[in-house]
Design a protein around this ligand. Structure first.
Ligand SMILES: N[C@@H](CCC(=O)N[C@@H](CS)C(=O)NCC(=O)O)C(=O)O
Length: 308
């Protein structure tokens, strides 16, 4: 089967922890999808042509609709295929709040340990990430912090081991949850390293058994990959799905000309027409001279929304 306007296309790369988070839920739900592989560093000409500038991975595409941010992509997958649920154990609110631990505290520890010596990264990668975060991505500083980060990772892994100590299969109970995907993808990230940090994971028998259960969920039914040009052609040919106008934020109304300033140092401001907004998320229409109308759906945590 080749991908069409109805296909789930995940813009990703293999060794991307946040893509792995989504791939785990594609597996838990047994969904059919295609990957569109993107470069790990800039330039990403097709990706920014599609998104209007946003360059982080993963992005979900269905025709001329895009979803940004791994957890928000999982929310969309859950709307499309509610069974088995992705949030039965955690709940949407708790899962979103938990992201600042898994995607923040835990991720930052893992990044420090990996790029401080447990991974191979070149100067171009360090420059790309420095430009993205607007601060030096400093491998030497991370290496110097390794003893502190090792202690921190042990403490974080011990929390997970404690959570699993009553024999539950997954972190929130008997069934896999978005929270398992959020934690597992950081463990996968550790495993892609040279093995120093992975040895710390191996100290935890409960976590190891849980890791095997998450791996067994697989990645769903991954079809042939979509090329970057094909992904643009699919967006160009498609019409975005209609969005019911809604505002649950007194500061904004559907139809407003808006801008989103992402929390990245070198990502251009995204401009569009607001379709809907609430405190969790927003949808906007981007009018692109080449691709036509694109609807972009994102959580509000991704950047600052303002009127133009
Ligand atoms: N909050 C975002 C974070 C995504 C993120 O930072 N992804 C990494 C890759 S795992 C990334 O995009 N790095 C820069 C790049 O690949 O250009 C999410 O959950 O999707």
């Amino acid at each position: 089967m080749t991908a069409d306007a109805a296909s789930l296309i995940l813009h990703q790369y293999e060794r991307s922890p946040f893509s792995e988070k989504v791939r785990v839920i594609l597996g838990a739900k047994g969904l059919t999808w295609s990957a569109c592989d993107q470069p790990v560093i800039m330039p990403k000409p097709e990706m920014v042509a599609l998104t209007g500038g946003y360059r982080r991975i993963p992005v979900l595409q269905v025709g001329a609709d895009l979803w940004f941010d791994s957890l928000y992509i999982i929310e969309e997958l859950d709307r499309r295929l509610p069974q088995p649920p992705a949030f039965a154990g955690s709940g949407l609110g708790l899962a979103a709040a938990f992201a600042s631990w898994s995607d923040g505290e835990l991720f930052n520890t893992v990044v420090g340990l990996l790029f401080g010596g447990d991974w191979t990264a070149d100067a171009a990668f360090a420059k790309d990430r420095s430009d993205l975060i607007g601060a030096p991505f400093d491998a030497a500083r991370m290496a110097a912090a390794a003893p502190m980060l090792t202690g921190r990772l042990r403490q974080q892994l011990a929390l997970l081991e404690t959570q699993l100590a009553d024999g539950r299969a997954f972190l929130t109970g008997a069934a896999p949850d978005a929270i398992d995907a959020a934690v597992y993808c950081q463990i996968a990230f550790i495993r892609w390293g040279r093995g120093v940090s992975a040895a710390l994971v191996d100290e935890h028998p409960g976590l190891l058994a849980w890791e095997k259960r998450v791996v067994a969920l697989g990645h769903g039914n991954r079809q042939g990959d979509v090329s970057r040009d094909e992904s643009l052609a699919i967006a160009r040919a498609a019409t975005p799905a209609p969005v019911a106008a809604e505002s649950a934020d007194a500061a904004f109304a559907p139809g407003d000309a808006v801008a989103v300033k992402f929390h990245d140092a070198n990502t251009p401001v995204l401009e569009g027409t607001l379709l809907r907004v609430d405190q969790r998320s927003l949808s906007l229409r981007r009018q692109d001279p080449d691709l036509g109308d694109i609807h972009i759906h994102m959580p509000r945590t991704i950047g600052a929304l303002s009127k133009r």
